[in-house]
Design a protein around this ligand. Structure first.
Ligand SMILES: [Zn+2]
Length: 234
């Protein structure tokens, strides 16, 4: 039997019958479903290991289309520093919810790495969690390929956008003319600048999560944008 290894955060565990379960794991490679056969292992110890919010290093085999868990090599519980901090915990849950929507999907390297990087930052002491959320949002939009239009009006394509008019529904910044008949949120130039900075320097954004309140107030607008373009509704 060929054994393969995987490592990631368990995000859900659902029973498929009375003794077996299916778990889903976020790893750098993707969001993947694995079959956890308790009957096959004749042991319940695995049930304590393969639980949501545990990081698990494990071995699995491929049988037809099913990835069947065979054994684990290492595991650790979710960092208590995250679970004990309401803001950090909420951000982690939002991250898990967002990635769960990718179903069983192979992730681009950047998107897979982003999850782990944000998790590592969440676990650090003294993090600006609200800032981390904004950084995550901007990077997720970039790596998922749904980044807002910054240079040309998202509606008419003309180059004279107005950085005051950000339209989540229409895909980004729009021009003054298009703002007359379309919904938009008023944003200052500061959000436009931060988005431009993200485009130019994505690797540096997570380290630069100490955003101030002037820009953090636009997190809601970007969340609305994400909901509209990724989840499909406001
Ligand atoms: Zn326009």
């Amino acid at each position: 039997m060929d054994l393969l290894s995987a490592k990631g955060l368990v995000i859900s565990r659902n029973p498929v019958n009375e003794v077996d379960a299916m778990i889903r794991v976020i790893s750098r490679q993707g969001v993947t479903g694995f079959f956890l056969p308790r009957g096959f292992l004749a042991s319940s110890r695995f049930l304590g290991i393969f639980q949501p919010l545990h990081w698990v290093d494990f071995l699995f085999s491929k049988r037809l289309d099913l990835r069947v868990i065979y054994d684990y090599t290492e595991y650790k519980k979710c960092d208590p520093g995250i679970l004990d901090n309401a803001e950090a915990r909420e951000l982690l849950f939002d991250l898990v919810r967002t990635y769960s929507r990718l179903q069983d999907a192979k992730l681009p390297d950047d998107l897979g790495g982003l999850f782990t990087d944000v998790y590592d930052n969440l676990a650090k002491q003294g993090q600006n969690i609200r800032g981390l959320r904004l950084s995550f949002l901007m990077l997720f939009l970039l790596y998922e390929g749904i980044f807002p239009a910054l240079k040309r009006c998202a509606i008419c394509g003309r180059t004279h956008i107005d950085t005051n008019y950000f339209s989540p529904q229409n895909g980004g910044y729009i021009c003054k003319e298009c703002s007359i008949e379309n919904q938009y949120s008023h944003t200052g130039k500061i959000l436009w600048k931060a988005l431009n900075y993200t485009l130019k320097n994505p690797e540096g954004i997570l380290e630069k999560s100490n955003w101030n309140d002037d820009i953090l107030r636009y997190t809601k607008v970007l969340t609305k944008y994400l909901n509209y373009h990724f989840i499909g509704g406001l």
